[in-house]
Design a protein around this ligand. Structure first.
Ligand code: NAD
Ligand code: DAU
Length: 351
């Protein structure tokens, strides 16, 4: 049976990679991208695939449950891959309620619509929820997050994601909705909004602005190339076991300051600047409140059960990412000027 897959948040960073992968790899599937186009949603991320015959876009906010239901009816949705979220930790510290609305209430709205729409036979439909390693809290110098690590969220962002994960699990238990959750480490790659560490610093190095390092810079993250996350999502969607959780990570830990210095040196080389030039932009600034010291994912389960592992090294992925930003100056210029927010009107007003 062919599928009609609702991908939420498909105009965002990771969602756009998942949408592109599914459109190209599965022409027999209908791919419906539901996105509210918040500041983080950018349809220019999908410019190369948005004319594909199996692609449909619906500008809908998850908070409007009736509109979400209408999308299910219109496209006879068979499965959901749910990525839409408020995703930036710093914004969650300034405005926690935005995260409660989208990440918790938005997810519960989506669960309710799926539960009602699929009630004849839950076995034939999958609700796949994309989550984060931040739900597990912070690690000390050693150890890894496994699928059985207790939840201990520290930021309003991670608390809202943890809550949404719990709701998904509760809907599986209570209503027998077929669900899967995956929790991934820090992604990087093309189309990443320049508010997050790597794209922000790439943009600041290009424009010779200061590089604001939070606290002592010794915080550690486990970085994964976004295309490898999309491949993991594809594999889990098709081969994952119902009602299970999968951790996804790169076994690739970097202290922020070491990563930033690597980025500076790669960019000096690519931009033909003097060795050491970009490092002079490094500026230590006030720390993020509640800053988690270290994340590290144990990705053994997905590796052993589904055979997934990253396809690129960090050096390859980072180099490809920098090249992409250097080549896609128009994308970056539209994002930093805000012009990308007019893409929807220009593209869809006549349709
Ligand atoms: P993003 O911020 O780039 O994109 C989020 C998308 O969701 C945007 O297109 C936005 O318009 C849309 N959206 C926001 N609120 C909405 C609403 N109320 N209704 C409909 N659409 C809405 O996020 P991302 O970095 O691509 O992350 C995608 C998912 O993956 C999130 O659930 C995030 O928690 C998770 N995740 C992200 C990372 C990472 O490193 N970026 C790592 C692990 C997990
Ligand atoms: O671990 C997965 C998570 O990774 C995702 O769930 C989130 O959606 C995603 O935003 C990311 O969260 P982080 O907080 O780890 O990412 P961010 O890029 O904001 O920060 C990475 C590290 O760099 C973190 O230790 C904070 C630091 N930092 C960040 C920024 C933006 C700085 O030192 N300076 C900065 O300007």
């Amino acid at each position: 049976m062919s599928k009609s897959i609702l991908i939420t948040g498909g105009a965002g960073f990771i969602g756009s990679h998942v949408v592109r992968l599914f459109i190209n790899k599965y022409p027999q599937y209908k791919i419906v991208n539901l996105d509210a186009l918040t500041y983080a949603g950018n349809l220019e991320n999908l410019k190369d695939v948005d004319q594909a015959p199996n692609y449909f876009f619906e500008k809908v906010n998850l908070l409007e449950a009736d509109k979400v239901e209408a999308v299910f009816k219109k496209h006879l949705i068979t499965d959901v891959i749910h990525l839409a979220a408020e995703s930036h930790v710093d914004r969650s510290i300034i405005s926690p309620l935005d995260f409660v609305y989208t990440n918790i209430i938005g997810t519960v709205n989506l669960l309710n619509v799926a539960k009602n729409f699929w009630k004849e036979n839950y076995d034939n439909h999958l609700f796949y929820h994309i989550s984060t390693d931040e739900v597990y809290g912070a690690l000390g110098e050693t150890g890894f997050f496994t699928e059985t690590t207790a939840y201990h969220p520290n930021s309003p962002y991670s608390a809202s994601k943890a809550s949404s994960d719990h709701f998904v699990r509760a809907y599986a238990e209570t209503y027998h909705l077929k669900t899967i959750v995956s929790n991934c480490s820090n992604n990087y790659g093309p189309y990443h909004f320049p508010e997050k560490l790597i794209p922000l610093f790439i943009n600041n190095i290009i424009t010779k602005k200061s590089l604001p390092v939070y606290g002592d810079g010794l915080y550690t993250r486990d970085w994964l190339f976004v295309k490898d996350h999309a491949l993991a999502i594809d594999l889990i969607f098709h081969k994952g076991k119902a009602d299970e959780t999968y951790n996804i990570g790169g076994f690739n830990e970097w202290r922020n300051i070491d990563l930033i210095k690597l980025l500076c040196s790669l960019m000096d080389e690519k931009l033909g600047r003097q060795k050491g030039e970009s490092e002079t932009l490094i500026t230590y600034v006030k720390d993020r409140p509640g800053h988690d010291r270290r994340y590290a994912i144990d990705a053994t389960k997905i590796n052993k059960e589904l055979g997934w592992k990253p396809t690129v090294t960090f050096e390859q992925g980072l180099s490809e990412t920098i090249d992409w930003y250097l080549q896609n100056t128009e994308w970056l210029q539209h994002v930093t000027s805000g012009a990308y927010q007019h893409y929807y009107e220009n593209m869809y007003s006549s349709r």
